[in-house]
Design a protein around this ligand. Structure first.
Ligand code: COA
Length: 257
């Protein structure tokens, strides 16, 4: 299978999937998401693959979020809800996979990029990594499962702090908050991810599969609510203003409408 915006390699039992749109900080446009879905579906069918690493190319970003240019074209509530659900579905394929996914975050993991990392079972990052859910600055909320997973992973108090302020945090704060389990130098990040992946591959495959299933059994209603709220926000003037301001590289003026 040929991919244009991601690369996929398999070595032994470990797959490496790299988001490869560095000029746009690996922003998740329709093509990236569709190739990501294909790649994850492909890996789920490969019995010999027992662990997968996701990272970003270019050294500056893991992924800087959903593609704001594409997002700005949405105007109807149903379009927004379906945009949210399609991302949720791909990230669910990752979380519900029989193999562990390891996010190796090597720079910005913002918005959908942070949500992609959150959907992975293990997150580690470089000392230069930055995380955040800046959607409220665009007049929307995290729509790819972030309201659910960030809350589950870090607890509601910290999740609300990040989601409501939209602030960006560094690697040390990500470690302290439980968002990642390890911080290493940029040079060591991929090797560390490979070591962890290989260590998992040496364990009993059925036990790994059962552990994932046991850890991630979740109630789906929160995801549905997230997609519906995301859809409603797409119809607001504040969403038009937030995305237009980002694309015009200016500060937003929100009116609450
Ligand atoms: N969607 C679309 N394009 C994006 C993007 C996104 N989420 N994030 C970055 N880009 C593009 C920029 O528009 C720019 O493109 P250009 O060179 O054609 O102008 C390129 O990637 C480089 O980004 P730039 O903003 O110039 O880099 P920076 O180092 O000054 O800032 C960020 C980096 C991550 C702080 C900034 O790009 C940013 O805030 N991105 C949006 C993050 C966000 O809100 N994500 C959530 C989306 S729901």
């Amino acid at each position: 299978m040929e991919f244009k915006t991601i690369t996929l390699t398999i070595s032994g039992h470990v797959a490496e999937l790299t988001l490869n749109r560095p000029d746009k900080l690996n922003a998740l446009n329709t093509q990236v998401l569709s190739e990501l879905r294909e790649a994850v579906a492909l890996l789920r069918r490969q019995e010999e693959v027992r662990a997968a690493i996701i990272t970003g190319s270019g050294g500056k970003a893991f992924a800087a979020g959903a593609d704001i240019g594409e997002l700005a074209d949405l105007s109807k509530s149903e379009e927004g809800a379906s945009f949210s659900q399609s991302g949720q579905h791909i990230f669910e394929l990752i979380e519900n996979s029989r193999m562990p996914f390891i996010a190796a975050v090597n720079g910005f993991a913002l918005g959908g990029g942070c949500e992609l990392a959150l959907a992975c079972h293990i997150r580690m990052c470089s000392e230069t990594a930055k995380f955040g859910q800046p959607e409220v600055a665009l007049g929307i909320i995290p729509g790819y499962g972030g309201t659910q997973r960030l809350t589950r992973i870090t607890g509601p108090t910290y999740a609300a702090d990040l989601i409501l302020t939209g602030r960006t945090i560094d690697a040390q704060e990500a470690l302290a908050s439980g968002l990642v389990s390890r911080v290493v130098s940029s040079e060591k990040l991929l090797d560390t991810a490979r070591e962890v992946a290989n260590a998992i591959c040496e364990k009993a495959p059925l036990a790994i599969r059962a552990a994932i299933e046991a850890i991630y059994s979740t109630d789906q209603s929160g995801y549905e609510r997230e997609a519906n709220l995301f859809g409603k926000l797409i119809t607001t003037n504040d969403f038009r203003e937030g995305t237009a301001a980002f694309l015009a590289k200016r500060k937003s003026k929100f009116t609450g409408q």
